[in-house]
Design a binder for this molecule. Sequence first.
Ligand SMILES: Cc1cc2nc3c(=O)[nH]c(=O)nc-3n(C[C@H](O)[C@H](O)[C@H](O)COP(=O)(O)OP(=O)(O)OC[C@H]3O[C@@H](n4cnc5c(N)ncnc54)[C@H](O)[C@@H]3O)c2cc1C
Length: 571
Amino acid sequence: MPQEPQNAKDQFTYDAIVIGSGISGGWAAKELCEQGLKTLVLERGRDVQHIKDYPTATMDPWEFKHRGAMTKAFLDENPLISRAAGYGEDDAHFFVKDKDHPYIQEKPFDWIRGYQVGGKSLTWGRACQRWSKFEFENPARFGYGIEWPIGYDDVAPWYSHVEKFIGVCGNKDGIEAMPDGEFLPPFDMNAVQEHISNKIKENYPDRHLVHARWAHITKPEQIHIDQGRVKCMARNLCMRGCPFGGYFSSVSSTLPWAKKTGNLTIRPFSVVHSIIYDEKLGKATGVKVIDTNTKAEFVYKARIIFMNASALNTNLILLNSKSERFPNGLGNDNGLLGKYIAFQNYRASVTADMDGFLDRYYFGRNPTELILANYRNLHKQETDYKGGFTTFMGAYRNRGPKETGEGEVGGAYKDSLTEPGGWSAYMYLQGETIPKVSNHVRLSPDKKDQWGIPLLITSVEYDENDERMIQDFLTQTAAMFEKAGCTNIQKHENKQAPGLDIHEMGGVRMGKDPKTSLLNQWNQLHLCKNVFVTDGACMATTGNQSPSILYMALTARAATYAVGEFKKGNL
Ligand SMILES: Cc1cc2nc3c(=O)[nH]c(=O)nc-3n(C[C@H](O)[C@H](O)[C@H](O)COP(=O)(O)OP(=O)(O)OC[C@H]3O[C@@H](n4cnc5c(N)ncnc54)[C@H](O)[C@@H]3O)c2cc1C
């Protein structure tokens, strides 16, 4: 860590600054450092070191004070964050606490955050499908989004670059709606998954339920061993941090790799307040930072700034970067900064039972799910809603209690727990949503956080299009389960607020036209070229694939471009 500056006038100079150390920030750090730039990563949370800071990684259920559950007092104090998928006693330390990081929900919005080195890369679900050309092209083609300034072919080599480094398992399935990548061997399907996949294929030739594409190392290659990562042990305890480095996080992979170059400085406990713009130079010169412990303010300078604080925090920082030239936030002449926030539709699922297959089991705890690639609105607009959806699928054996007939007490119940029961299966929705100008974030004019930074106001909601997609998903998915011979098919609609999908995007969207977008095809602010936004804030539309691997690919692409421009003296 650099020597602490004594006051705000003291300044540290780097070639590049990266704001945020999560999934996208880790990639910015890796590429910038590897390509020779002295890089400072500013992270608002505490430091987290691979293995050493995974305190629960090897604990058994009975070693937890509350067997993995949270106390009522804790849940009462943290009603919001404790709703996050997979949140529990074993991983709560990788999520924020509600009262420490307030924001204002003009409409219900569950903003799920992990403030530490590694960000949400420690706890993410690891699903890693590529966008197809349909996702880049169809929003403009079918009139529900602006034209992307790039297409699939621009990103494809960067997807490959990222996949090879992080390790993504999967099968090459040749599906138009979900292009193949550089895959390590897939996890096996279990007997019921395979059966349902085959039945879907038989009944719906255009629907493909295929192996997971997940950021897990199933067979390490040299590049993974060089990172100190080995094969995934299928423990399915990923959200605690993996001592094997079996799944990708920036803590196990990109940040230590960047560190090895000797070009990386990480400064935890450093919340970025704003970006400093120099009107004479016509570019950003650095960032204003507040030490989260001491509340001291200082300035770090650099020729390039990468914004990777995660979508809404990047919006917040830019909105808060006010100057005479940009009174409404950096690069915000068109007034669109903070607007067109979108997310993914996670409101529906279908569950079912499957008779038979009682002589079949599975080995290990597969940490992945099958993926049913989008089959809606690909070549033409064919439904009463816009956009498409991915479906995730799992099948598992229950324990025996259903068969004891004595309820969940007594010796027979206890014995039955050691026996596998019948099979159940589920599928759930991950749907595209339409970016709308009304779905936005803005700064509170008067309320501030403990560091004096304005609170973010979220004004984001689901719409009619989402409702119609949910109905179609429920009908189609139930029909697929029926055709596969399932019983007890149940449709569920969870009514959750946006945000809980944890796939919030937009607000600083890419586009061809500076009148309707904030970023160009290299993720540079149109009006301040040395500031690059490569986290989810840059997304012009949401697509239906899990988005994080696209943020990584866009980051690697933009960072390589930035280094080129830096070396030519253009930045
Ligand atoms: C339970 C769960 C399951 C998920 N499943 C999937 C999945 O299967 N597939 C998928 O694609 N995505 C998934 N996601 C989403 C994924 O985690 C995010 O898309 C991804 O982490 C975003 O990367 P990022 O770099 O933008 O942000 P993050 O990884 O959140 O990193 C942002 C970092 O910036 C720091 N920061 C914020 N503000 C400031 C500031 N002002 N100054 C300094 N630092 C700051 C934060 O502390 C954080 O460390 C999941 C997330 C969760 C929590």
